[in-house]
Ligand binder design. Sequence first.
Ligand SMILES: [Zn+2]
Length: 211
Amino acid sequence: MPELKIAVVPVTPFQQNCSIVWDEESKKGAVIDPGGDLPRILAALEELEVTAEKIVLTHGHIDHAGGAAELAETLKVPVEGPNEADRFLLDDLPSAGARTGIPGRPVTPSRWLNEGDTVEIGGFSFEVLHVPGHTPGHIVLVNRPAGFAIVGDTLFQRSVGRTDFPYGNHDQLIAGIRTKLLPLGDAVGILPGHGSTSTIGAEKQSNPFLR
Ligand SMILES: [Zn+2]
């Protein structure tokens, strides 16, 4: 039986939750948001004996996407996501890297993702939700049968993504969380881009931004 597995590899000085998602039976999977620290990601893949078939990006920030071009080259795999509205951020990764001290190369995904698209990872289907506000092209990946979502920098344990960028929009982010993430159901587990995992139910109850 295919079994969905997830391992988190914190990367960059921002301790971004890069994740490896795979099917334990076939040992095939994907790397989500390889912001940097590629030797650690490659070591984790080797230790887990997982073959990454693609890279998926939730959004274009340096701590999520800075290492994507190099990792795609190293593993010879395609990059999928985010939504094309984040193209300007992916083009700008070298200057974002210079500002933050994280090495970043520009990356152009093989496939941009839109609301309702499906991303296949190791035989598992992840549904794409477009949840802008933190960045214009931010996407969330949901596997409903497993009750699990990779939410990037939209929703955190007791917090939400920052929106104090020129292109940020707090009201849009909160509206997206309310209309797309909360309806996933209380039992759905979330892996945010930073900090602890949580559930939709726990955030409905205790997240001060959702009162
Ligand atoms: Zn971000």
